[in-house]
Design a protein around this ligand. Structure first.
Ligand SMILES: *Cc1c(COP(=O)(O)O)cnc(C)c1O
Length: 375
């Protein structure tokens, strides 16, 4: 059976070009990047190139990029690492109710350790309110962490405005940009972003490698003790092959930015237009304009979402209920709850996230099956 994959917000397939670039580092180029002889120097050189590619993609300096094991680790390191290092300056952090659990749970941990956290609400489209943000700032606020784009409903937050508010108040601003890489142009200098998390497997690199950008001059504590890798901010022998893969993938996705984003929009709009016209009692979730180009999140009234996924799977269709991170969790998604979605809709939510290898044919197949199943 042909697999039709519409879950790129959960993870993406690894590109061939990326695999090709990584392969030597699983084999003959096995040197440790920290040693002096040439075998290790090759690894070190490859890592430097990867760091340059990440830095170039978001307009950071090369020494502002720290490689990690995933987006979750980057979020943990940014939020907890910053809070621990700067607790003498204040104990208040501001975030939103619709963050990824890597951010929410890092904040919860800090709350248990005596920090105060404000969880901003969002409007029905999933956007935070800038007035509410300003009003929640106190003289104890040291960090604002708001995601660039939401992984469930695709809403893009007003990052530049948030950064401006943070800068005026001398507060550090971190953003979880895991969903935004490749789907939004990011310039950390122009946008005044202080810290930014990203993860390879959301843009066609493998799972298990991420990066954190931290602006020069901002101090944070290392969370994992051991060696002095990553400028002594993240102990552990570097995962050279995957770091090389992440570097290649981020360069490719930004080289193809216009083509890629246009393609995602065409697929997404075709899907949404057909569903709107051909299926009754639906609700489109997330902001219609400030939105990831490949995201469509639609709720079908009084439909059982798990059953829907199960039926779609019979046809080789991969999609997601809310987010992939919470499939074992029977609670309704915290994001859909935060946007105030009605009860009869919340359980029947389907997140479809498009990728570079999808076609209009695939979309038509999906809509046709959806129509049959929902009927
Ligand atoms: C996927 C995702 C993460 C987690 O990244 P991992 O590399 O899977 O740990 C964090 N934040 C957002 C918004 C994500 O979509």
């Amino acid at each position: 059976m042909k697999i039709r994959y519409f879950d790129h917000a959960a993870t993406t397939p690894v590109r061939e070009e990326v695999v090709k670039e990584m392969l030597p580092f699983f084999g003959i180029e096995y040197g440790n990047a920290s040693v002096m002889y040439s075998l290790g120097r090759n690894a070190k050189k490859a890592m430097k190139q990867a760091r340059e590619r990440v830095a170039r993609a978001i307009n950071a300096d090369i020494n502002e990029i720290y490689f990690t094991s995933c987006g979750s680790e980057s979020d943990n390191l940014a939020i907890k690492g910053f809070a621990y290092e700067n607790k003498n300056k204040g104990n208040h952090i501001i975030t939103s109710k619709i963050e990824h659990h890597a951010v929410l749970d890092s904040c919860k941990t800090l709350e248990n350790q005596g920090f105060k956290v404000t969880y901003l609400g969002v409007d029905e489209n999933g956007k935070i309110n800038l007035e509410e943000l300003i009003n929640s700032i106190t003289n104890q606020t040291i960090l604002i962490t708001i995601m660039f784009a939401n992984n469930e409903i695709g809403t893009i937050e007003p990052v530049e405005e948030i950064a401006k508010i943070a800068k005026e108040k001398n507060i550090v601003f971190h953003t979880d940009a895991v969903q935004a890489i490749g789907n939004a142009k990011i310039d950390v200098k122009k946008m005044d972003i202080d810290m930014l998390s990203l993860s390879g497997h959301k843009f066609y690199a493998p799972k298990g490698v991420g990066a954190l950008y931290v602006k020069n001059g901002i101090n944070f504590k290392k969370l994992q003790d051991g060696g002095e890798q990553e400028s002594n901010k993240r102990a552990g022998t570097e995962n050279v092959a995957e770091i090389v893969g992440l570097g290649k993938a981020i360069e490719l996705i930004y080289n193809e930015y216009d083509w890629y984003n246009e393609k995602l929009k065409i697929l997404r709009n075709h899907y949404m237009d057909r569903v709107k016209k051909e299926i009754d009692n639906i609700k489109i979730n997330g902001d219609l304009i400030d939105r990831l180009p490949g995201n469509a999140n639609i709720s079908f009234r009084n439909v059982n979402g798990s059953e829907l996924l199960f039926e779609l799977d019979k046809y080789g269709i991969c999609a997601s209920a809310g987010s992939a991170c919470s499939t074992s969790n029977p609670e309704p998604s915290h994001v859909l709850t935060a946007i105030g979605l009605d009860k009869e809709y919340i359980g029947g939510t389907l997140r479809v996230s498009f990728g570079k290898d999808n076609s209009i044919d695939d979309v038509d197949f999906l809509v046709n099956r959806l129509k049959e199943i929902i009927k």
